[in-house]
Ligand binder design. Structure first.
Ligand SMILES: [Mg+2]
Length: 283
């Protein structure tokens, strides 16, 4: 573990970089100042990049548009890998026909539609007619009634034995300097603990997203090996643990979930050790 002053002096030694989105490129205020220069630096040097995000509420296209809206240029949809895409891939492979129930916004349900399956919001589910329901997905923390629909979810899962998918494993996300909001992963864990079942979790720290991004890098004619890739994130138990498990070097930035005051204690108590620690990806 090494504290570094300049992110650019580290990233220039790699052929590819995986960047987390929230807490690295942007935060609750918007774009982190100076990230455009870092992205330009990366691209000017021919370093490949992919954005690896546990956001399953929006498509690659919508996430790309949101970067553009915030003022960050140069992130096309194909450079973005979302945990929702991993859930979609799973649905495509494992669920043949029928309907998929979901918790989340109608917008997030496009991942189910892309898998050529019919989606039904938990709120619209007829609890007396569950024959066609072949899977259930936790997609987003918004778009439903937390009391009514979570209760309905618990009862659905008690009645139906089927794959339950968690498309975003995050527990929390920051909404202000000192405040967080409960994310989808935490809602899924609540339901898991109530009914004592284990669901299928997608997103960092699981390696599917890393594998996907790695295969994608290697599909364009260039050959990358893991020593040439750097993973950058603001969260120890998703970004850094995931990068460490995948076998790439990791940079923890202090511009998001992990603050300068907490970093030492968080590393010691979690046992998750980044290779480098840096204030942010700027400079
Ligand atoms: Mg983050």
């Amino acid at each position: 573990m090494e504290k570094i002053e300049s992110f650019l002096s580290i990233v220039e030694n790699y052929k590819a970089v995986f960047l987390d989105s929230y807490g690295v490129l942007k935060n609750f205020r918007g774009l982190i100042e100076g990230v455009q220069e870092t992205l330009d630096f990366i691209q000017d040097r021919g370093i490949e990049f992919r954005i690896l995000t546990n956001d399953a509420s929006r498509s690659q296209e919508q996430q790309s548009e949101s970067f553009t809206r915030l003022g960050l240029q140069g992130i096309p949809p194909e450079k973005i890998v979302t945990s929702g895409m991993m859930a979609k891939q799973y649905l495509q492979l494992k669920i043949k026909g029928g309907k998929v129930a979901y918790l989340g916004t109608a917008n997030a349900a496009h991942y189910i539609m892309q898998a050529n399956l019919e989606s039904v919001a938990i709120a619209d589910l007829d609890k007396h007619d569950l024959d066609d329901i072949k899977a259930m997905v936790f997609l987003d923390d918004e778009g439903f009634d937390w009391n009514y629909d979570i209760n309905k979810t618990v009862n659905l899962i008690r009645k139906k034995n089927m794959p339950i998918i968690v498309a975003n494993s995050d527990n929390l996300y920051p909404v202000a300097k000192n405040d967080v909001s409960i994310a989808t992963g935490a809602i899924a864990k609540l339901v898991e603990s109530i009914i004592n079942k284990k669901f299928i979790h997608f997103g960092k720290p699981d390696t599917q997203m890393f594998n996907f991004a790695f295969d994608d890098l290697n599909s364009n004619g260039r050959a990358f090996n893991k020593e040439e890739i750097l993973m950058v994130g603001d969260t120890l138990h998703t970004d850094i643990l995931g990068g460490n498990k995948f076998g790439v070097k990791t940079v923890l930035v202090l511009s998001g979930n992990t603050t300068p005051g907490e970093v030492e204690m968080n590393i010691r108590s979690s046992g998750i050790i980044p290779d480098y620690i840096c204030e942010s990806i700027v400079g």
